[in-house]
Design a protein around this ligand. Structure first.
Ligand code: ZN
Length: 412
């Protein structure tokens, strides 16, 4: 991927750092500088931030390796400052497979959190175990309190001004209380373990929000798809995702956090585009070559002069042509670029044979998906359509555009 640095390949999947990752290092530098930490302190900040990306990376491997079990390859994994992306070649479309691929990422983080909890259980006892639990509690109590107060606001137990006032108050820290009471020194492990555990739980929770592009959106779609089919399930998942996004945006006004609103906006757009994509996909599957094939087309012969296609392009609507040999066998395609090139060179009397390019054939029952792939991804401007070994028509870029336009205006 452009603008990314390959850092390593693990289990056959290349891992890239996005260029904007440099911002993270700048951020560490800035925090360090702001707190007069010196170079050792800045390294320390990095040492806290980098494991975070390790957890994100393992999350992405969760998706990739599960997809691999279903025969879906991962092109690469890209780490960006706002998270990772495992670029799968395609998303498995069977609901149960999409479900497992989507849930595997958050599941990895839950497993890591459990392992860290187990490590804590082994390492700490007595007052240190209490401190360990208190610290984890501290990480989540702010979120818990927030929703508790929001609920109280909704059911009218507290007024909006109370809510605002409570928001600005610090959440009491159980760990600090415990430290004050007992005078223990929370060392490196007692600081790092609860933090890493909470980060992993937080990652899992955030990703399970039922909105695209979060994993929870896919899990929701997969669950609905088992009953409703993929298109209707996506429609519902998209609506729910948009509702979540709106809630984010409202919340951002309530709390006065700009980033939350930004995330909400991003989620809203993703939910919509996922819906559009899946509907388009379904459209491509619903129709076949028969639906947009043009049975009447001009047949050129290899020995024709270029003058003929040049005139045809000037006067008619056809842009690309199929070319036949003297035995009426299809031998190739003549594309508009070639005709224009001949026109520029004033090469009117050269034979069409000199400008031939390969032609691809599709069966009349071939789904529109394949045709779309040939025309748009492979850049072939014209295809021959065959039925029972016989050439029965052509499909070209103009025809595809026309068909899609009619479709989007509900005409087909
Ligand atoms: Zn994920």
């Amino acid at each position: 991927m452009r603008g990314s640095l390959k850092i390593f390949t693990w289990l056959g999947i290349p891992v890239y750092l996005h260029w904007s990752f440099a911002l993270i290092f700048l951020y560490a530098f800035w925090i360090g500088y702001d707190n007069n930490m010196g170079s050792f302190g800045m390294l320390w900040v990095l040492a806290i931030i980098l494991p975070l990306f390790g957890f994100v990376l393992l999350h992405e491997y969760g998706h990739s390796l599960t997809a691999r079990r279903y025969g879906v390859k991962t092109r690469d994994i890209i780490l960006t400052p706002i998270g990772g992306i495992a670029r799968l070649e395609r998303m498995p479309e069977k609901p149960i497979q999409e479900f497992f691929v989507a849930i595997a990422g958050p599941a990895v983080n839950v497993v890591i959190a459990l392992i860290l909890f187990g490590v804590g259980l082994l390492l700490f006892d007595g007052i240190y175990w209490e401190a360990f639990v208190a610290s984890i509690n501290d990480y989540f109590s702010a979120i818990g309190l927030f929703f508790q107060r929001l609920w109280h606001l909704i059911i009218g137990h507290i007024s909006f001004s109370d809510f605002k006032m409570l928001l600005s108050m610090d959440t009491p820290s159980q760990l600090e209380e415990l430290v004050a009471e007992t005078g223990i020194e929370p060392g490196l492990l007692l600081t790092a373990l609860p933090a890493f555990l909470s980060i992993n739980l937080g990652l899992a929770l955030f990703n399970m929000l039922p909105a695209f592009p979060m994993d929870g959106g896919r899990v929701l779609r997969a669950l609905l798809a088992a009953r409703l089919g993929r298109v209707r399930a996506t429609q519902w998942a998209s609506w729910i995702g948009q509702a979540v996004a709106v809630a984010f945006i409202l919340l951002s006004f309530l709390v006065g956090t700009f980033t939350l609103g930004l995330i909400g906006f991003f989620v809203f757009m993703s939910a919509r585009s996922e819906n559009v994509m899946v509907r388009f996909d379904a459209l491509l599957k619903r129709y076949t070559a028969r639906d947009l094939m043009r049975p009447n087309f001009t047949r050129l012969t290899v020995t024709d002069w270029m003058q003929t296609p040049i005139d045809l392009v000037r006067q008619g609507l056809e842009r690309h042509f199929l070319v036949f040999d003297l035995n009426d066998q299809l031998v190739g395609a003549l594309r508009e670029e070639a005709i224009v090139a001949a026109m520029k060179r004033r090469d009117f009397s050269s034979e069409v044979a000199n400008y031939l390019q390969r032609v691809e054939l599709v069966h009349i029952n071939e789904p529109l998906q394949t045709i779309y792939y040939h025309l748009r991804q492979q850049g072939l401007p014209i295809l021959g359509v065959v039925d029972g070994g016989e050439l029965v028509g052509v499909i070209d870029e103009v025809g595809l555009q026309h068909f899609l336009r009619l479709q989007s205006s509900g005409g087909v």
